[in-house]
Design a protein around this ligand. Structure first.
Ligand code: MTE
Length: 334
């Protein structure tokens, strides 16, 4: 984004194991028919936790039960878990890619409250446990394309944003959905230290048009790689909109508000000529400072791995979302 970031070459290469373990675990879970399988595995002594749990962090991820999705899945090779959880953009915990894993390691997410409010007939608030139990969790493998022109493929766990919104019963004034990240400078050092936090005005805010939010692809994630989200990836709950640049996928959400007017969103406010409200992945509309025609896919490969690929319109999800923008000029509404 605005800050110069470290290169992924500084990541550990000792990461393929996690992906292998994960695949083995999925086979096992399938064989065992899910129920009780995760606790059985934990009890068996098979290590499922990532290396993050082996360091001195007080944050622990736990296994989640989930079903395979009926939604269309991408077949791209997964980005190894170790890279997904160590190469992050989460400015509340530092603007450099390797800072969130360090600064977020003691982040406390329980108790948590997620409020659904605004132009709805039935506002409600979810507590920490309800995030995992209100809906059956499903796994969705999505591409994540950052506006900085790198990308990953991540197996998320969660539920459809539409299901949560429907439960609140939006009224006819609801036209947009506004999301807010936790504001807690005691826990999130980037919120009080301008240098660490990249000069952003906090709390981080994002928004979607209501029809975008109700699209089947819009997903609220509470986990990845079979476990609860690590803090650096947005614990306990974050948005994932895979056809949009990653900055729309707001982390550690405490408020989802149905509103009438288009909300003012964090990056759009900071640099409107660089980061649009829609932020749909579009190889034909360059960022003012770099091309968006291609991207560096973060894989298990090292520094010299050939991992530059062409960027696809809507990140390859056009069949699902192109109709949402059919009468719009996408060069103007970037
Ligand atoms: N949400 C908050 N609250 N703060 C952030 O700095 N960064 C965004 C998005 N969500 C960000 C955020 C950006 S720029 C990207 S690319 C994705 O999170 C990165 O998600 P990841 O770290 O899980 O890959």
């Amino acid at each position: 984004m605005l800050i110069k970031t470290k290169r992924s070459s500084e990541l550990s290469e000792n990461d393929v194991t996690d992906e292998k373990v994960y695949k083995e675990r999925r086979k096992l879970l399938k064989g065992l028919g899910f129920a009780g399988a995760s606790s059985l595995l934990v009890g068996s002594g098979l290590s499922l936790n990532s290396f993050a749990d082996e360091d001195n962090s007080s944050f622990k991820t736990t296994s989640l039960e989930f079903a395979k999705t009926n939604a269309k899945q991408v077949t791209d090779k997964l980005t190894p878990e170790a890279k997904v959880i160590s190469h992050n953009n989460f400015y509340e915990f530092g603007a450099k890619k390797d800072q969130p894993i360090e600064y977020a390691k003691n982040f406390k997410v329980d108790p948590w409250q997620l409020k659904i409010s605004g132009e709805v007939d039935k506002p409600f608030t979810l507590d920490y446990d309800q995030l995992y139990t209100l809906f059956d969790l499903e796994e969705r493998i999505y591409r994540l394309r950052c506006v900085e022109a790198w990308s990953m493929v991540i197996p998320w766990l969660g539920f459809r944003l539409a299901d949560l919104i429907k439960k609140a019963q939006p009224n006819s004034n609801a036209k947009y959905v506004k999301f807010k990240t936790l504001y807690d400078p005691d826990q999130m050092p980037g919120q009080s230290n301008r240098y660490l936090g990249g000069g952003i005005h906090y709390p981080y805010v994002e928004g979607l048009r209501l029809d975008e939010a109700m699209n089947d692809l819009s997903f609220l994630s509470v986990g990845l790689y079979g476990k609860t989200l690590p803090p650096q990836n947005g614990a306990p709950i974050r948005l994932v909109t895979p056809w949009k640049y990653g900055f729309k996928s707001i982390k550690s959400i405490v408020e989802i508000e149905l509103v009438t007017r288009k909300p003012k969103t964090t990056w759009n406010k900071l640099a409107p000529n660089e980061y649009g409200f829609y932020a749909n992945v579009n190889p034909e509309v360059d960022h003012p400072r770099w091309s968006q025609a291609s991207e560096r896919r973060i894989t298990s490969g090292g520094l010299f791995a050939r991992n530059r690929i062409e960027t696809q319109m809507f990140n390859g999800y056009g069949d699902d979302v192109a109709h949402l923008y059919k009468d719009m000029n996408l060069k103007r509404n970037y």
